[in-house]
Design a protein around this ligand. Structure first.
Ligand SMILES: Cc1cc2nc3c(=O)[nH]c(=O)nc-3n(C[C@H](O)[C@H](O)[C@H](O)COP(=O)(O)OP(=O)(O)OC[C@H]3O[C@@H](n4cnc5c(N)ncnc54)[C@H](O)[C@@H]3O)c2cc1C
Length: 456
């Protein structure tokens, strides 16, 4: 065993951990970052970045098919698959793990490969190395895909997101188990690459976390594109033979060349040694305060905190945790305006609360909606202009507490509404906003007007 005294040990170098390690090293602290797999975490290698590159390729393909005469063109289909694979490879190279390590070490941090475990307050052990952290430990261990306990599934060669992004070819057929964000994004990508796709969703609707209107419209679009959407059905068994998966839906059987399991994520907390700190080793999330403190001398950021499993939340939290570790003052963490985007076509951008969440909080809720096809820009866009803007107002305070923008570039249009929810801009002030003609975001004006209309 070697023992080394440092200032801070960061366990897990996901987006937040990597950011924090760099910032702490910039501040002159002795920082050790411990990473079991790839520096940067899930996002650059298996999640946000490669999936959005696949989405980009799939969208180009869909746009090509929208040109009259190109619909269903086999050449377009055959040509775009390899293009997608190529740009995906390029992205993986750009986000190379070695380059990330070099960037961190260049700033003065030390990267240690291996699985870190808290072995005493202020102490982390990695293999036969022990690090004693004078200032503290920052935990950013992220998540793993969850594989549901379906009879026979465990040992099958199914895909998770990690295999799906490495696929060289679109399978002839694909069953996607799970209709959450990861499931719907990848389902549409592979359908547009030419796979025959079926989504099997246990819940009653797709993307259940979002507004019901978004779920319904997404289903309509998916079915129009030829995908099969099964909701409210549970898989009870799975098997694999002759290069074919069979999923048993309780009598009915589905078969496909590939099976993508996209049924959620599990936080990497088990076996981390949290019990040594008096924390629950079996907890689903690591409780943190508004400075990201989990215990004396322990900070946590990212998916494990349960405040929103997004790269931007992990990065946001890491900056606050770093300030606190450095003893600097600053605004505490606030989650009232966390944005999120489902990168389907149409894109679904959401900030803050959806209507049911606002009602559950006991707010006096007023909603306003605008349909994108009814807007001038929607009319101009014409084909595949599906979408809507829905605003959720706390009528007592006269401010927006949530918004959904579904439509072409929905995640980008969301930016304006993120500012409104974040800064609690009075609705009366928003009504004075001049929106450029003819943009998609101009439909916000219509949705604001609709806030006044009596609802049936
Ligand atoms: C398919 C998919 C698409 C996504 N798309 C988006 C998107 O478009 N936008 C978005 O904002 N978010 C997206 N996400 C979510 C996003 O990937 C995560 O929120 C993001 O990676 C932040 O996670 P994190 O900081 O908690 O850590 P992670 O990225 O999960 O990284 C944690 C790191 O800790 C390491 N680790 C774990 N335990 C130990 C240990 N004991 N010792 C040492 N190292 C350890 C792991 O190896 C890993 O590298 C997507 C997720 C998936 C699955």
């Amino acid at each position: 065993m070697t023992v080394q005294d440092v200032d801070v040990v960061v366990i897990g170098l996901g987006p937040g951990g990597e950011n924090a390690a760099g910032l702490l090293a910039d501040a002159g602290l002795a920082v050790v970052g411990v990473e079991a797999r790839l520096v940067g975490g899930e996002c650059p290698y298996y999640a946000c970045v490669p999936t959005k590159i696949m989405v980009r390729a799939a969208d180009l393909l869909a746009d090509g098919r929208r040109i009259p005469g190109m619909a269903g063109d086999a050449t377009v289909r055959a040509d775009w698959g390899p293009v997608a694979a190529r740009i995906r490879d390029e992205a993986t190279t750009n986000w190379d793990d070695k380059a990330a390590v070099d960037r961190l070490t260049g700033r003065g941090a030390t990267v240690v490969r291996g699985r870190g475990r808290i072995t005493a307050p202020g102490e982390v052990t990695v293999g036969d190395q022990v690090f004693r952290a004078r200032r503290g430990i920052l935990v950013n261990t992220g998540t793993e895909p969850v594989v549901p306990p379906i009879d026979g599934l465990k040992d099958l060669p199914y895909w998770t997101n990690r295999e799906a992004v490495r696929a060289e070819e679109a399978p002839e057929s694909l069953v996607v188990l799970g209709g959450g964000v990861v499931g719907v994004e990848l389902a549409q990508v592979f359908a547009r690459f030419g796979s025959r796709v079926t989504i099997v969703q246990g819940g009653e609707r797709l993307i259940e976390r979002e507004e019901p209107e978004a779920s319904a419209l997404l289903r309509k679009v998916f079915e129009r594109e030829g995908m099969t959407v099964r909701t409210g059905v549970k898989a009870v068994g799975a098997s694999y033979a002759d290069n074919t998966f069979t999923l048993d839906l309780g009598g009915e059987k589905l078969t496909a060349e590939k099976l993508l399991v996209a049924t959620g994520r599990r936080n990497n907390l088990k076996g981390l040694g949290l019990d040594v700190l008096g924390l629950d080793d079996g907890a689903r999330t690591l409780e943190v305060d508004d400075r990201l403190r989990a215990a004396e001398g322990v900070w946590a950021v990212g998916d494990i905190t349960g405040k929103g499993a997004f790269t931007h939340v992990s990065m946001y939290q890491s900056a606050i945790a770093v300030r606190d570790i450095l003893g600097e003052d600053g605004p505490p963490a606030s989650y009232h305006a966390v944005p999120r985007v489902t990168f389907t076509d149409p894109e679904i951008g959401v900030v803050g609360l959806i209507e049911s969440e606002a009602r559950d909080k006991g707010l006096t809720v007023r909603t306003g909606t605008a349909q994108i096809p009814d807007s001038t820009r929607g009319f101009i866009h014409k084909v595949d202009n599906d979408g809507f803007i829905k605003l959720v107002e706390d009528a007592d305070r006269g401010v927006l507490v949530g918004a959904t923008v579904m439509g072409p570039a929905g995640g980008e249009i969301l930016g304006a509404l993120s500012v409104a929810v974040h800064a609690e801009v009075p609705v009366e002030s928003l009504r004075q906003l001049i929106t450029a003609y003819p943009t998609f975001h101009r439909a916000i004006e219509t949705a604001l007007s609709d806030l006044n209309s009596p609802k049936g």
